[in-house]
Structures are given as structure tokens and as C-alpha cells.
Design a protein. Sequence first.
Lengths: 587, 305
Amino acid sequence: MSASVTAATAPRRPGTARRFLTNPQAVLSLLVLLVITGLVVFAPLATQHSSTASELSDAFGPPGGGHLLGFDSAGRDVWARLLYGGRNTLGGAVLAVAVALVVGVPAGLAAGYHGGWFDSLASWWVNLVMALPAMVVLLASRAVLGPSVWVLMVVLGVLVAPSFFRLVRGAVAGMRGEPYVDAARVFGLRDSRIIARHVLVVVRAPVIIQVALVAGMAIGLQAGLEFLGIGSGSLPTWGAMLNEAFTNVHRAPLLMLWPGLALGATSAALVLLASALRDVLEDRGTGPVAGRRARRSAAESTAAREDVGERAGLLSVRDLTVAYTLADGTSREVVSGVDLDVHRGEVLGLVGQSGSGKTQTAFSVLGLLPPGGRVSRGSVLLNGTEAVGASERHMRGLRGDTVAYVPQEPMSNLDPAFTVGDHLTEPLRTKLGLSRAQARERALELLRQVEIPDPARVMASHPHQISGGMAQRVLIAGAVSCDPDLLIADEPTTALDVTVQAEVLALLRRLQAQRGMGVLLVTHNLGVVADLCDRVAVMREGVIVEVGATADLLTDPRDPYTRELLDAVLDDAPARAPWRPREVGAL
Amino acid sequence: MTGTSHGGRLRAALPPDGTGTTEAHVTERDALLDVRDLRVSFPGRGWRAPRVEVLDGVSLRIRPGETLGLVGESGSGKSTIGRAVLGLVPVAGGTITFDGERVDGASRRRRRALSRDVQVVFQDPYTSLNPSLLIGDTLAEPLLAQGVPAREARGTVADLLDRVALPRDAVHRLPREFSGGQRQRVAIARALAISPRLIVCDEPVSALDLTTQRTVMDLLLDIQERTGVAYLFVSHDLSVVRVMSHRVAVIRHGTIVETGDADTVTREPEHPYTRRLLLSAPVADPDRQRERRTEYERRFHADAS
């Protein structure tokens, strides 16, 4: 299999702790937070002064004599107030986050995992809470419950709980249908255990990130309230200090700086930490770099070959090499030195297992390699014109009337926002310059040609209203609409049921014969090859190992890999013998 | 024309179902799993929409150590049978009996006890393993769920990896480090962990490459040989089912249309739908495929155009 090599050699995933420690933003912001928290928690060690002792004669006094930052308007030590006030500010934020977690996470887990009436009720309630303006509720609760920072923070916790609820509920509801959760149920795991082992792991990272964000927000909101004078006037907090300083801003502007700095540094550190945590925790890794695409090629890079042989008129590929640039800057060849020829009116099968590079070859002919991929060497002649290195404008000119494409997944290749008619008439109008009415007439005719009953109804349908087989017929109709010379079909029947596949294959055969199109058919199914192809090329790890006439290659393969593929075909495998009881004790 | 529109007409012309004919071979006393007249329906889309019947009176039996292949196209309800046996979908009618005991509508508690005997391997090896759990934890999970001490579980996990031919150091790795075939081996190992008597295999090889598919099939056959586990083998591919199963049941639109021993059903089927399935699948030999195509067009061309 494609990734087996990678699995054997892949280094162990660096641990979460390690990834955290190598992320400078995470380390730095955590350090700032730790210093601030440390100073605040161990305030008595950082200052011998009291935060409340007031000496009016010292009012607005400058720093000095053990008073690091001087005195405020009431003659209190600013440094001490900053430290002890931080206890209330940070403590309040912790309280709000704790309340939000306790309310939001379990409710989100229950609603997401079980669904049903609790989900409906909880979601309704959450929407209601989210619609409330937080500031107004906080003001009202202060009026009712009294001016206490702690009460306000509990209320704030309840108000931000919905953000946790929605986060957790969404993640859990998304994974409820995953087979591994079904499997866990089949193993007889209790719900509580499934939640603890499978569900919490999924929501852990987003919740931690959200905690950092909400803490920052709680600090900001609390400071805002205090600044407006709506806190508990007696307790020193950073917000209250701002408020006091503001009244004397003209006399001692520096007094604004210290609580502002403390607030800013803490909030910024929290937000930066949240964003760094996102990188660290939600790193799902690049893994065995996208198995399908990334294959290390066997062949070493060499200079382009001179000897090209006779080249076919329709499509001629020589020494095609496709490379992908990986995240670490190295590049990896997925197709290495491929030679292919498709003559006019010929059907060439390109066969291989997943990761063999067959789709990459087809995409490079179309000039549609995904980002990161490029043709690093070789030549692709389409109707005698070089396609490698051609401008996008030039390639756009070729697509449609010279070369057309039928994809593997019919449904994901139709835009759900447009009708089938839109999909078909658009290229006719831009490419062939037909009028709206002409294009519609032509599209109806095309749908008739691909044997769609009631073409007018299908024209008006959206993709979700038609079956997969029908969608594939629509895409085939679209592909042949501008009368291409070459049709590239990438596993055109793989996603279809076997009876539908038979019909689509019959359709492709008929259209090909009628129009004399050349076809490059990418497939893994040797039965499809036998059904449709004149010649076959077998591809393995980016290299073509054997080319030949279909009948010869399938009956008398020369390459051991082709033989291996043919041996894996189950057509002639004997059926299993009927069941016989086992001897007693064999269990 | 398409499978679905054609299906409606063909179905109307047929006898209601093919149950009770060949199924009579397996007596009630022999059966490990006995599904009778199973009905499953899902709520329709939209407010007060009628329920959609997914299974319309399905009966089947599996003996100990036997494989019953269940073939059908997408939407036929083949996977739903397996999910009903596993207790993952509610049963609307009929009975499911395992080892002489009714298990449809079993309580969660009873279900947990039953999970010792009935296990599952799903189709998609990419989603059936929790991406954030190490392979070792995934494999130990069913053991711990059955109350096996952690220490003992660790030893069993190493044995399991040997049995499915994976390296022992796989326990410290994440699913994403493995290929599809290797992941499917992990899923099989997980199903084997507590020595079940029946494994529901829901398209276990459909997502795999041809050569990998073959090795996973051989592994399943080998395990059955050694342990005597029974399989309910669900697949869309007649040729896979033919190799894997002692008997084959063909399902269409929630009804079993034909049951019989593997060779008969997959070579000389009686039911026109089974014949159509058989002739639709192209064979890797141009001459024989041409004959098959001609035969297909002769039989079904009237439907196809």
C-alpha cells in the first residue's frame, strides 16, 4: 500500500509538550502570564506595603523609598495596589471562566452526544442568552445582587457559557456519527466512558483555546465595568485603579499607565497564547504526506532524454515528471519519466493502484495540477502543441474543445448552487459563443445523447435532485459538449453502483465510437479496461511498467507487477465451499 | 435507464421476496444468529413526512463458524441489517435472536454483555479508528470495557498485532501513520480482541486497493479457520462475497431476493436482479467481457434504453 513505506520510517510524532516548547509565541506569552500571576499570587513577597494604607500627605508622591511606582491620589502605594488589585482582577476572570466551563461544557457534551429534547431545549436557552446584551445584564444584576466583583463575574460566566456550549456541542454532534464511536458502542463501552475517551479528546483543544480567549475577554469586561465605576468600589482592582487615575489624568497622567499596562500585557498574552495553542494543539500533522499524491519516485532525476521515438498526433507524453514541494521545502517526484501516446479514436487505459501517479499524469495533461505540484520535466504534446509551460490562457483555450475531463466523483464536481442546465450552457456560451436559446437547445440535445429521459426536467434540476449515475451522465454530456478530440476520464465509474457502471460504460463506448474521440481512461479496475480500452499502460510508483494491446496485456502480462495485479482480480477465484460443522472442541 | 427508475418497475413484477426458500436449509436449532422478518424504518425528511422503510421483512440465519455474504447496491439496506444486529439502529418489527436469546431491543446493559460475542469491522479504515488515540489504546479499549485488567490487556494487544501481522511497535503510533490496509488490520484486530462469535463485516475491503484487498480477505478467512468465528459479510461486490462466503443473500430495496450457496448464487443465479448484478461487473478478459456485454445487452437492453 502507498503509505506502508512511510509508516515504517516516519519519525515519532513530537509530543504536545515538545511542540509547545518549540513555539516561541507560546513560550513567550506563557512566560509573561506566569510572571504576572506569580507577582500577583505572591504579592506579599513583592512588596511590604499595604494596598489600602493611605497617607494623604503622600498623595501623588513620586517613587522612592521602597515605593516603586509612587503614590496614588489617596496616598496609597501604587505598586502594592497593582499587585493586590491583580488578585481581584485575575481571580474574577478565573471565576468567570470556571463558571462558564462548569455550565457550558457538560451541557454541550450532553446535548451533542444524546441530541433529542435536551439538545433542543438547551440550544433554545443558549440562543436566548446569546441574544441578551451582556453589559445591560451585568448592570441589572449589579442593581439587584449588589456591587460585588465576584457576583458580577459569576453572572459574566453564565453569559459566556454559551460559547463553550456551542463549541462542545458542535464538535460532539459532528463526531457522533463517526464509525469509531459506533465501534466503541459495539465494544460495550458505557456512554460516560465513550465521552471521556473519544469525545473529550476531540473537544479538549478547542476548549483550552477558548478558555484563554474568554479569560482575556473577562478581564477586559471587568476592567470596563470598574472603569465606569460599576464595580465594588472598595476592592482594589486594575479597572478601579484606571477609574481613579482617570479623574486625575491631568495632574498625574502616569497613574493611568500602570494599570493600563498590566491589563494590556495580560490580555495580549492571553490572546497570543490562545493563538499559539491553536497551532500546537490542533496540529494534526502532515502525516504520511497525503498518501495519494506524494510518492517518492524510484527513478533518479536525470536530464531530459533526447530519444523521443515517434509521437502520436493527438496526445503524446514524453518523459513527464511531476514533483510536489513538501512542507519542509524538499520536493518529491510522484510521476517519473512517463511516456504515453493516445492516437485519434483510440482508448488508452492507465491502470494502477492508489498512489501510483495515474491521476497526477492525467492532471498534468490537463494543466490542472493541484497547488504545490508542477511538471518538472518532459513534454506533453496536445494536437501537436506543447502544453508543458504553456500559459494558463493557452491551456484554457485547449480545455473543452481539444481536451475534456470526466471526474471520479460526479456529485462533488457539480456546483450545488446551480442547475444542471447552468452547468451545461455556460461552457457552450463562453466557448462556442452560442446564444442563450441556442445553448439551451444544444444542452437538451446533449442530455438526450447521454440517454437521460426527460431532459427538460433534468435541465431545471439542482445536483442534489438527481442520482449519482445521472450526475455522471450530465458530466459526460458537459465534457463532450464542445466536441473534444481527447477525453480524459479519471475513474469515471468508481463511485457508481455496478449496474449503473455498466450503463455508463456502454454510454462512453457509444459516444467514443460516434465521435471518434481519443480517450485516456484512468482506472484501477481491470474489468473496465477489458470492457473499453484498446491499449493499456500499467503504472506503479510513478513509472509506467508495461504498455500493450489490452488483450495481450491482460492474457499474457510480461511485467511481474502486472501479473500481481491480475492475480488479485477475483473473477476466476473459486467460490467458497458450502459450510460444514466444525468438529467438537475446535472452538 | 438508471438503476433506480428501472428498479421500481422490475420489482413490481416480482414475487414479494425470496425468503423462506433456501433459508430453510439452516434450522432454527443450528443458527447462531437468527433474524426474522426484520423491519427498520427511518423518519422521513421534513415535518410529519412518512417514515422511510429501509428493511421490509428480512430473514436470515448464520450458523457458528459460517459466513453469510450479503450483497446489494447502495441504498439496498444491506448495511442496515448489520447495524440492526449490532443494536446501532432501532428495530421497527421482527426479531433478532443470538444464540437462542432475543437481542432486538436489548437494554444497554444487556447490549454490553452481548458485545463480548458480537463485534464489527467497518468499511472505511480512516474513520473507524479514532484519529487521536494511539493504536495500543484503540486495541485495548474493548478489553478494558469487558473488565480485563490493564496489565493483561497489554499482553493481549501484542498478541493481536501478531495475529494480524502488524509490527508490535504499532501500539505507540497513531492511525494516520498507517496505510488503509494496515488500518483495516487494526480494525480487525480490535474486533478480535475479546474473541467474539460473530463479526459483522460492513464492506471491510471496499476502500482498499486490489492487492491489499486480497491480503485482508485472506486474513479474515484465516482467522475464521482458526477461531471458528461467524461472519455477516456485507459487500456490494459479488466476486468478493463469492470468495468469502459459504452462503450468499442478495438484497434489493430492503428485501432479500435470493439466498443460496455461494457458487450457485454467484455463478448461476435464479433471480433476474442477481443475474443483472453479475453481468454488470466487467471481467478482466476482453473476449469474455465482450460475451458478457452482449449477454447483458440482450437481457437488459429493453430496460436500458
